[in-house]
Structures are given as structure tokens and as C-alpha cells.
Design a protein around this ligand. Structure first.
Ligand SMILES: NC(=O)c1ccc[n+]([C@@H]2O[C@H](COP(=O)([O-])OP(=O)(O)OC[C@H]3O[C@@H](n4cnc5c(N)ncnc54)[C@H](OP(=O)(O)O)[C@@H]3O)[C@@H](O)[C@H]2O)c1
Length: 483
């Protein structure tokens, strides 16, 4: 059993060795406030549960994690909670006589570098799975954005209260969001869990730059705690297709189907363009912008020709009653629900969102009266709360391998553009699907896709000069920033 003092000496005599990389886990207010008078200025049991889960759980049951903290964070932890159970507690202090008593679960180190070096040598290199730096402010000022930090788990607490300890802001030139939870309320406080991972060009470890490229990169993020890794929203889609393949109904000899499916995507920080397969982003942009413009001119379709195939035309023609050629060529409309052009749906939606969002349902229907045809995306409904715009669509029947990823991106883009022109933040996109189908011939490719790990979703930047829906948005106004 080692005393703190003995370990201080031990650390000082350690020869230069590889350093462990680490992840930061903290909760902070809007101003990055961490604490006041050596206490946390909030009471959020579920937030504490998350902290406990992330820092305690390991994938190897024979290992445990280490938590590195500043001496004042140690002092501020109530006696009954310290040392933190099930973890190796590493306390940093410049003092050589911190009296912690004899405890196998506590190490005292005089510098961060010596702590990371010690944890990289036996027995800790074998028994410690992940190293977490848990604060406080003084420690984070130097080490939150430092090269050995692989990820930051930040609970963003949506309050402004007086604090005397602060963390620096996450440097977004170094980190990219991996996951952001839907906001939750606890004891009247709104907050969300966020994980940021080091950008591809800034992946370091053990003091040296790692070269992580190609397919290695696709598997790279498995270093994240499992409970965070699995929260990537792409798993919602991957689980859906897995579910269709393994338990779907075979109603004919060619197609597997599931009825009644739902996925939810958070648009606040990232944009859900799937990463385990190629989604035709330019096609998404051009179709969305054409539908926003209300144009039926085939020359303005750009690269998007999804309704141009003989099969698509035959399908639309089968519903044709009094429709014109123009309507057959453009079955999906957001501007006008029929060719009378008397009622502009999209303007109506924006008007309601801006002026009267809570008094009435805000709906966008794609049902084409003249064609008596209901395109597969039947209806979108919008909702405003907390300065955020959310959208739910109902898609009555769709193909899961190509159409679903395309629709997720297209309606998320529409939501982001409408939020932008209404001075709102984009909130949730909820995708409800009546019948989701997979053609048997696609199963093998989808199974290959299921072997790939997602990487962080990109971030969408909309040109701030374009302020109105009629400002003729172009593809260049919509920039996707990838990790
Ligand atoms: N919200 C959160 O997630 C969270 C997390 C942790 C803490 N907190 C709060 O933050 C406050 C404490 O933070 P704080 O900024 O005042 O102090 P802190 O960072 O916890 O501790 C500072 C002390 O740690 C030691 N230290 C720091 N960096 C060191 C280094 N590189 N090498 C050696 N020793 C080092 C020094 O101890 P000596 O003076 O002994 O040399 C220093 O005075 C409390 O209010 C606590 O409740 C909040």
C-alpha cells in the first residue's frame, strides 16, 4: 500500500517514458463556469450519474479507469464520495506533503506530465483502461486543449450563475462534435451532454502525431467510452436497416419490410449526412433548393434527376388524371399544392413560424391534388420552442438503402434553411416512416456497411447574407464542414 508522499518520490524518479493520452469530463455553464466556493452551483443527479458512468465503466472488466484532478477539486469533493469509487484517483499538487492517508485508490503527482508517464508504465499501463481529467479550472486551463487530449465530454448547462472556477472554451479548430444529446430538463435546469473529438489533422497521442488515414480513421473512434460511442445518431439508421434485414417481413420475393419506424436527429451542432455510406449531397442540395424555389423548369434541376427515369414517369403517369405535363414532371411540390399557384405553402409555413408559431399546426403537404398522388414524403410538420425549430416528417413508404439517407439529409436541410431565415436555431428532425423497404439485392452491401463505424457528422454553415427564403439560395451558400 503506497502513501501519497512515497508516490511523490516515486514519480520524481521516473525516467522519461511514453505518456498516456486522456479525455476530459466536465460540466460547465454557458460561460464555462465550473464551480463557486468549492461547490457545484447546480443540483443535477442525472448529470452526476452520467459522470459516474463515463468515468467508471470499462469494456474490459479486469481493468479500471483513472481520474486525474487538481488538489482543490479533491478538497471540494465531499468526504463520503472520495476517493471516487471504482477508479484510480490521481491528485495533482505542487505540495510534497499532501496528507491523503494510505489508500490504494489514490496517487499523488507533482506534475501532469509525471502523472501521464506513470500511468503509461506497469502496472498502470496494464490495469488502467482510460484516463480521464476531471478538473478543476486550473488544470483545464493548461490541459483541455493540449495535444494529448483525445476527447472532451462537456455537459453544457444552460444557465448563467456566478462562478469562481472556469474552464476554457472548447477550441473548435482542434475539436469537432461527435455527439450532442437532445436537451433535457432536471430540477428546472436545461442541459445537454456533448462529446467533442480531436480533429483528424490534430490527432496526437503519447506526445507524437499519429497518422490515421482511410479505413483506420473509420474505426478510430472506438477509443471513446462505449456509452458515448453508441450515442452517435447514425446508429439509429444502422439499427433500423439491421432490424429490417434480420426481422423484416418478406411480403413478396424481392423486398423485406418493416412497418412503423422512427428516427430522431439533433440539428443543433451537426448535420445528419450519413458517414457509413456515400450520400449524394449535391443532389440533396439541388433538389431541396429547386423545391424551395418552386421552379418546375427542368433546366434548373442541376444534377438531380430522380423523377426523370422511365420507371418514375410510368409511376407518376399511373396516377395522372387532369394533370399537365409540367405536373407529371414535378410531382413533388412545396410551394403550391396544386397548379393553381394560389396558395404558397412554404410562405405560409414561414409566416406562421415567424408570427404565430404556437397557435396553429404548421404543416407542409406534398400531396398533389391534380395528380391524386401522394409522393413518399407525405407531410412535414414544424414546431417552435426555446428559440428552436424542429421538424417531423411522415414518409409513407420508402427504400432504406438510398432513399432514407437522402430524405434525412433533404428534410434536415429544409429545417436548417427555414430556421436560418426565421432567426431560429435548428432543433430536432424526426423521421417517421410507414413502410421501410430493403430490396434483397441490396442486403449484401448493407451488411458490409454495417461493419463500418460512423465518424462525426459534418457541420452545416449557411451563408449569413441570405436572410429570406426568396433570396435565391445556391449550393455555394450551404457549406458542409467535415472533420
Ligand atoms: N463542473 C465540473 O465539472 C467541475 C469539475 C471539477 C471541479 N469543479 C469545481 O472547480 C473548483 C476547483 O477548481 P480550481 O480551478 O479552483 O482548482 P483545481 O484545478 O481543482 O486545483 C488547483 C490545484 O491543483 C494543483 N494543480 C493544478 N495544476 C497542477 C499541475 N499542472 N501540477 C501540479 N499541481 C497542479 C495545485 O495544487 P496545490 O495548490 O496543492 O499545489 C492547484 O492549486 C471547485 O469549485 C470544484 O467544485 C467543477
Amino acid at each position: 500500500m503506497a502513501t501519497g508522499e512515497a508516490l511523490c518520490n516515486n514519480v520524481q524518479s521516473t525516467v522519461s517514458v511514453t505518456r498516456r493520452s486522456y479525455q476530459v469530463v466536465i460540466a460547465a455553464t454557458r460561460d464555462m463556469g465550473l464551480g463557486m466556493d468549492m461547490k457545484l452551483p447546480w443540483d443535477l443527479p442525472m448529470e452526476y450519474e452520467f459522470f459516474q458512468g463515463v468515468t467508471t465503466k470499462t469494456s474490459d472488466p479486469k481493468k479500471r479507469n483513472a481520474t486525474i484532478m487538481g488538489r482543490k477539486t479533491w478538497d471540494s469533493t465531499p468526504l463520503e464520495f472520495r476517493p471516487l469509487l471504482g477508479r484510480l484517483n490521481v491528485v495533482l499538487t505542487s505540495s510534497s506533503c499532501l496528507d491523503i492517508g494510505a489508500d490504494d485508490n489514490v496517487l499523488v503527482c507533482s506534475t501532469m506530465e509525471s502523472a501521464l508517464e506513470l500511468l503509461a508504465t506497469a502496472p498502470y499501463s496494464l490495469s488502467i483502461e482510460t484516463v480521464f481529467v476531471i478538473g478543476g479550472g486550473e488544470l483545464l486551463r493548461n490541459y483541455m486543449n493540449a495535444p494529448d487530449c483525445e476527447a472532451i465530454h462537456l455537459t453544457e448547462i444552460d444557465i448563467s450563475v456566478p462562478c469562481d472556477a472556469f474552464a476554457p472554451r472548447v477550441d473548435t479548430s482542434l475539436y469537432h462534435p461527435w455527439y450532442s444529446s437532445f436537451p433535457r430538463m432536471e430540477n428546472g435546469t436545461r442541459y445537454s451532454f456533448n462529446t467533442y473529438v480531436r480533429r483528424k489533422n490534430h490527432i496526437f497521442g503519447s506526445g507524437e502525431k499519429k497518422s490515421v488515414v482511410g479505413s483506420d480513421f473509420k474505426q478510430y473512434y472506438s477509443f471513446l467510452p462505449k456509452m458515448v460511442f453508441e450515442r452517435h445518431e447514425e446508429f439509429g439508421y444502422l439499427n433500423l436497416v439491421q432490424n429490417i434485414i434480420s426481422t423484416g417481413d418478406m411480403n413478396d420475393n424481392t423486398t423485406l419490410s418493416k412497418f412503423g419506424c422512427q428516427m430522431r436527429f439533433n440539428l443543433r451542432k451537426t448535420f445528419p449526412l450519413l458517414t457509413t455510406k456515400k450520400v449524394f449531397w449535391l443532389g440533396v442540395v439541388e433538389e431541396t433548393l429547386q423545391l424551395i424555389s418552386g421552379s418546375t423548369n427542368p433546366k434548373e434541376k442541376g444534377n438531380n434527376h430522380i423523377w426523370d427515369s422511365d420507371e418514375a414517369k410510368e409511376y407518376i403517369n399511373s396516377f395522372r388524371e387532369n394533370a399537365t405535363e409540367e405536373e407529371v414532371d414535378n410531382p413533388l411540390q412545396w410551394r403550391n399544392s396544386d397548379s393553381s399557384k394560389e396558395f404558397n405553402q412554404l410562405s405560409d409555413v414561414i409566416n406562421k413560424i415567424k408570427n404565430n408559431p404556437h397557435k396553429q399546426k404548421i404543416m407542409l403537404s406534398t400531396y398533389n391534388l391534380k395528380l391524386s398522388v401522394s409522393p413518399c414524403q407525405t407531410v412535414a410538420q414544424f414546431y417552435v420552442a426555446n428559440g428552436e425549430l424542429s421538424c417531423q416528417i411522415y414518409q409513407n413508404s420508402t427504400e432504406a438503402s438510398l432513399e432514407i439517407p437522402f430524405s434525412i439529409a433533404a428534410y434536415s436541410l429544409l429545417t436548417c434553411i427555414i430556421a436560418h431565415v426565421c432567426d431560429l436555431v435548428a432543433g430536432d428532425f424526426i423521421h417517421v416512416i410507414g413502410q421501410a423497404n430493403i430490396n434483397k439485392t441490396h442486403v449484401q452491401n448493407i451488411q458490409k456497411q454495417l461493419q463500418i463505424s460512423p465518424i462525426p457528422f459534418p457541420i452545416l454553415k449557411i451563408n449569413p447574407q441570405k436572410k429570406k427564403i426568396d433570396d435565391n439560395f445556391e449550393a455555394s451558400d450551404l457549406e458542409l464542414l467535415k472533420i
